[in-house]
Design a protein around this ligand. Structure first.
Ligand SMILES: [Zn+2]
Length: 425
């Protein structure tokens, strides 16, 4: 069997607790050996990682494929992401993505064979949902929640999410029954051990109410730092400290955004002249003149957004970091850039590696645990989703997905070994 050996790199694998100079051996789609100095045989593919860091591929808890699933899954490995959790959103033309692929089953089947693996989350929304084309299609009556979850498990969906519930704050959908609905949904989600990812309305109040409704049940709260940008993030973290049943994540970004020009937040920020379009390569920003003709996605900077995101990225109470990518690759790039800048802002080498290890944990094994999927570690027997990164150049050099090289020296290869990751897969 052909073997691939990644040599001379500095391994950081929080999932196995291994850290230091280790070589990795990969056979087929698995890690088969992790040792200090693995001997090379003729015919081995050797990837030299001298001076570089070797980490597990990132598991990203939210990617909205606004520009199609094929487009964004082709780009994500460039930013270290090997397993995105894809969620239905609107395409840039305003069509719900499920409709774009001709229905839910067809969309899920389409998730096989891309450059990245694809885990999927489908939301379940209250019957009185309004204001968002995609979410209106995902409403379920309160007495049919268990049946719907069974159906999603049968279809191989990985998680429920993101469940957008205003809970007293502003969200991009409206519903007057979010608390009763969340309560009923969590009963069923917990019964089926299906991860439930909840997005609460803007502000601390939504987080407080969600935590109260959850009681002691398992729930995941999406991007608390951004949600709490108008209020005190410290208050939110203190509240979560008392509720270990709840997991959470943060963006690592200076911009929030949406793929919908009808989003209340987009309209609000546009009126203030604060909605921008971002060029995907140069990061140049431009203020659109007319919201009705400009092409999504739209970006804006909420108050305290970056500050809160950094606090959350550093806080031990926040388990994961997600890109909340909108389909053009911008927020995934921003997440990676800010990861490098944060790590490189530390002066002392040994502290730098400690910080890096902490952030890598939030990008790999922690989100994999939240999703209950067997990814996010480079332990022996694990799937070989590997990222080799250059901290000095602040870039991802090499990426493997299921043992195949999909990015080499910063450039994409032709390989498309990505698999669809199913419920508890
Ligand atoms: Zn969200």
């Amino acid at each position: 069997m052909k073997r691939t050996i990644i040599k001379n790199g500095y391994l950081i694998d929080p999932g196995s607790g291994r850290e230091g100079l280790y070589d990795l051996m990969i056979e087929a789609d698995q890690i088969t050996l992790v040792e200090k100095d693995i001997a090379i045989s003729e015919g081995d593919q050797v990837l030299d990682a001298k001076g570089k860091y070797v980490v597990p591929g990132f598991v990203d808890l939210q990617v909205n494929p606004g520009n199609t699933i094929e487009y964004i899954s082709d780009r994500l490995p460039l930013y270290g992401i090997t397993t995105p959790l894809m969620m239905p959103c609107n395409t840039y033309d305003g069509v719900p993505i499920i409709q774009h692929y001709g229905g839910l089953k067809k969309m899920l089947d389409f998730c096989e064979g891309h450059r990245a693996n694809i885990a999927t989350a489908i939301s379940i929304e209250p019957p009185d949902t309004r204001g968002h084309e995609s979410y209106i299609q995902l409403t379920v009556p309160i007495n049919a929640l268990g049946k719907r979850i069974e159906e999603l498990i049968d279809l191989g969906v990985t998680a429920i999410g993101e469940i957008v519930l205003p809970l007293g704050g502003i969200a991009h959908i409206g519903s007057d029954m979010s608390e009763a609905f969340l309560d009923a949904l969590l009963i069923e989600a917990n019964r089926f051990e299906m991860p439930a990812l909840v997005h609460t309305g803007l502000g601390f109040e939504g987080i407080r109410r969600a935590v109260e409704v959850a009681g002691g049940r398992d729930m995941h709260l999406c991007h608390v730092g951004s949600t709490c940008s108008q209020d005190s993030i410290h208050k939110a973290l203190a509240l979560l400290e008392d509720h270990p049943n709840i997991t959470t994540d943060t963006h690592l970004s200076e911009v929030a955004g949406s793929t919908s020009r009808n989003s209340e937040l987009v309209v609000d920020y546009f009126k203030r002249g604060e909605v921008v379009k971002i060029h995907p390569e140069s990061f140049q920003v431009e203020v659109p003149e007319d919201l009705t003709t400009a092409m999504p996605p739209f970006y804006y900077n909420k108050r305290n957004l970056l500050e809160n995101n950094i606090i959350c990225a550093l806080s031990d109470r926040v388990e994961a970091i997600e890109s909340d990518e909108l389909g053009d690759g911008i927020r995934a790039q921003i997440m990676l850039k800010n990861f490098f800048r944060l790590v490189n802002s530390v002066a002392l080498e040994h502290v730098k590696i400690k910080l890096m290890s902490k952030l890598i944990r939030k990008l790999t094994v922690n989100p994999a645990k939240i999703l209950q999927i067997s990814r996010g570690t480079l332990n022996i027997g694990a799937f070989a989703d590997v990222v080799v990164m250059d901290l000095e150049k602040e870039r991802v050099e090499t990426v493997l997905v299921n043992g195949e090289v999909v990015v080499r020296e910063g450039l994409r290869t032709e390989a498309r070994p990505g698999r669809r990751i199913r419920y508890k897969g």
